[in-house]
Design a protein around this ligand. Structure first.
Ligand SMILES: C[S@@+](CC[C@H](N)C(=O)[O-])C[C@H]1O[C@@H](n2cnc3c(N)ncnc32)[C@H](O)[C@@H]1O
Length: 295
């Protein structure tokens, strides 16, 4: 599809061997780690063609080796993120550009951040060949030094420890930004959704989606009392005080700027806009408006 035939042909088999290595060592992260052995580097050099640059699956990257995501998973990741042409997508460590190019073909403006300049050039050529170079852009940069605050959708196929290092920056993005990772988690931040590529995908076939939650931790004033939220990522606990009665919060969850929680027999749903939550409280006596303000 992107003229990287040799790499794509070998991707499945290489992925499988990585998986076997993972199973044998019980260390998932190691399989994509940047510290590849010298023979592998020698192999890269040996396979370097005279003409157009040909990447080799498993070749060294700054912090992660290059292994391409299976195309079926790329498609699944974009579906999970509900990516639309209104979104701006950034792929952190964009490899041969397939995620960015796929997004551009769906009408998104997309930017790949890739440290390897040869991969950047390769991706630009691929975007040109696919007729989407107006929407699919690539930048030679270190993902740790990149500002991704303008992204609506972030995709990545990195490593668990890198994901964890990126986590604070991701949590500071505006609520509702969707982050999709091929295979690897973000530590104790539970994903909002997990899905498999299905079909004939054999390795690296699982995607994890997180939706950046609005921040609500603390005390909020209501018409007849207050709500105290304790927040861990998208999960909320705490209590609601209405008059003299206090109820613990259960089933509290934030999805982007939307919050839902139960206290006593009342289910609260609302939209968080900075220091205000506006919504409804639905209980045995019916539904009434709910408003809370921070402070
Ligand atoms: C596992 S590959 C994933 C490629 C692509 N995102 C995909 O899913 O097909 C990881 C990519 O990250 C790149 N990379 C590694 N460390 C990086 C860094 N610090 N900044 C930018 N790119 C990096 C590697 O060169 C490699 O192309």
């Amino acid at each position: 599809m992107f003229g990287i035939v040799s790499a794509r042909r070998s991707a499945g088999a290489f992925g499988l061997s990585l998986s076997l290595a993972v199973a044998a060592m019980g260390v998932g992260a190691f399989s994509l780690s940047a510290g590849l052995s010298t023979p592998a580097r020698a192999q890269d050099a040996k396979q370097e063609p005279k003409g157009e640059y040909q990447p080799t699956v498993g070749q060294r990257g700054k912090d992660v080796v290059w292994v391409p995501s299976p195309q079926a998973l790329v498609d699944r990741m974009l579906e999970m993120a509900k990516a639309t042409p209104k979104d701006f997508l950034m792929d952190l460590g964009s490899g041969d550009g397939r995620t960015v190019i796929t997004a551009a073909k769906r009408g998104l403006n997309a930017l790949g951040i890739e440290y390897n300049p040869d991969m950047v050039e390769l991706s630009r050529r691929a975007a040109e060949k696919e007729g989407v170079s107006d929407k699919a852009k690539f930048e030679k940069a270190d993902l740790f030094e990149t500002d991704f605050s303008k992204a609506d959708v972030i995709t990545m196929f990195l490593l668990p420890d890198i994901n964890r290092r990126l986590r604070p920056k991701i949590l500071d993005l505006r609520p509702g930004v969707r982050v999709v990772s091929n295979t690897f988690d973000m530590g104790d931040w539970t994903p909002d959704q997990v899905a498999d590529a299905g079909g004939d995908c054999t390795s690296y076939c699982r995607a994890l989606l997180w939706i950046v939650p609005a921040k609500v931790e603390g005390k909020w004033k209501t018409a007849d009392g207050e709500v105290t939220f304790e927040q861990k990522y998208q999960m909320v606990t705490g209590s609601v005080r209405a008059g003299s009665g206090v109820d613990a919060i259960s089933q509290g969850k934030i999805t982007g700027d939307q919050i839902v929680f139960t206290a006593g027999a009342v289910v609260y749903t609302g939209k968080i806009s900075g220091s205000a939550i506006e919504g409804v409280a639905k209980g045995p006596s019916g539904e009434k408006p709910f408003r809370a303000t921070k402070g």
